[in-house]
Design a protein around this ligand. Structure first.
Ligand SMILES: Cc1ncc(COP(=O)(O)O)c(C=O)c1O
Length: 422
């Protein structure tokens, strides 16, 4: 579906938090890769739920419980549509990307991996898509292998892929968009290559789901995980999508109420997916807020959001690249088309280091100027070590950010350089 060109400044007014000063300066929020801000529509959906509909789901027969259950399950159907899943039964609600990946590692991994098997990752994975596999490898005796990155330009070195896709590889888990370098990986191609060899695939969509159209069927992966809080939704809610036949064959992740058909003292019969994976009272307001967020984003059009964010990143990148004594990470622009999963490219963020200035100092001084950046290893410590750095400073954009904010940010970076040159 194509959408008309959005009125970006009108949309920005939907975000009450952006209208404030920080240290006496207008807030410029460039930490969107860590978490996004929430529009009034999402805040209102949460308030409405607690003011009118709050009750536990699935168990009650009374009106409020029916309403709550209907809203909870409507959010599941909405999430399926958001990523073009075949059915709502393929959507498991989680706490976020991290829990989704842990669920697959614990449940699918424990059933399908043994000593000597290989889990293939990439060198640019977030700790969320690395540590769960390390823990699984320790439990099963499986080994980890990594697709290398090329260096500062942050691309995957795909010339190495054929030799890495050995007979021992059972799972290939990869990030769609790198949170530290902005790299867009050609996940559809990577999954197709893995699938030909019978390898199961998982895509970490934490940085892609709210920024680009996502079609899990077109990507051709087996699992896809994302977080609500990065796509204008509440914290504490996320989605794990898995192919129905895989989810149905997986053992439960946690045990408790809600996930059972019947329980006896010595044994339990479990529900089918997705309920089998949702033990206990779930986060109910989370999916309801997430539903409002998905409606909000799709009314704008994620292809429009993608275009907007890429243009800001391109603009910021070109201006930073013109400075002296700066090291930039991640692929060079040009712009990448959204959502096809076949191109390598750059998404809406810039990651950089100023010569002789610690990234934390950049972030601290930028904060004094009202600009919220992120500095550190971005939960990709092995990648930082691979690049020979401890940390980078990162500005990450969303559709409510403006070119004027990028101009101010670049001015602030120049001021920081001057300050440290004294
Ligand atoms: C690429 C990537 N994967 C996974 C995560 C983890 O997401 P969450 O903390 O919402 O579970 C993040 C969060 O920054 C991320 O950027």
């Amino acid at each position: 579906m194509t959408h008309p060109s959005p009125n970006w400044s009108k949309l920005r007014a939907d975000f009450p938090i952006l209208d404030q000063k920080v240290h006496g300066k207008p807030l410029i929020y460039f930490d969107n890769a860590a978490t996004s801000q929430k529009p009034r529509a999402v805040i209102d959906a949460l308030v409405h739920y607690y003011e009118y509909d709050n009750a536990n789901v699935h168990r009650g027969i009374h009106e409020l419980s029916n309403r709550s259950t209907a809203a909870f399950e409507a959010a599941r159907a909405r999430a399926a549509k958001f990523i073009n899943a075949l059915s709502a039964d393929e959507i498991v609600f989680t706490r976020g990307t991290t829990e989704g990946i842990n669920l697959v590692a614990s449940s699918w991994g424990a059933k399908n991996l043994k000593a000597g098997d290989v889990i293939l990752l990439t060198e640019m994975e977030h700790h969320s898509n690395l540590v769960p596999w390390q823990l699984l490898a320790q439990r099963t005796g499986a080994k980890l292998a990594y697709v290398p990155v090329t260096g500062d330009e942050g691309l995957l070195d795909l010339t190495k892929l054929d030799s890495l896709l050995t007979k021992q590889v059972r799972l290939f888990a990869m990030v769609h968009i790198s949170n530290s370098m902005g790299t867009v990986n050609p996940v559809a191609d990577l999954c197709a290559r893995a699938r030909k060899l019978g390898i199961t695939t998982l895509v970490d969509g934490a940085q892609s789901a709210g920024h680009s159209p996502v079609d899990v069927q077109a990507i051709g992966c087996d699992f896809f995980a994302f977080s609500g809080h990065k796509i204008c939704g509440p914290t504490g809610i996320g989605v794990l999508w898995g192919r129905q036949e895989l989810l149905d064959a997986m053992p439960p992740y946690q045990g408790g109420g809600e996930m059972i058909l019947s329980v006896e003292y010595q044994k339990t019969e479990f529900k089918k997916a997705p309920h089998r994976f949702e033990a206990g009272t779930p986060d109910i307001s989370g999916p309801i807020g997430l539903h409002a967020a998905m409606d909000y984003l799709d009314a704008i059009g994620r292809e429009n959001i993608w275009q907007h964010d890429q243009e800001l990143a391109h603009y910021a990148y070109e201006q930073l690249a013109a400075l002296k004594n700066i090291r930039l990470f991640g692929p060079h622009p040009p712009l990448t088309p959204p959502g096809r999963g076949t191109e390598q490219g750059r998404a809406g963020l810039v990651s950089f280091l100023l010569k002789d200035v610690h990234a934390h100092d950049v972030v601290t001084l930028a904060d004094q100027a009202g600009v919220a950046l992120r500095g550190g290893h971005h939960c990709t410590q092995p990648l930082m070590h691979r690049l020979g750095v401890e940390s980078t400073a990162r500005a990450s954009f969303y559709f409510y950010n403006t070119k004027a904010e990028v101009n101010r940010f670049v001015e602030v970076v120049k001021e920081i350089q001057k300050f440290f040159a004294q």
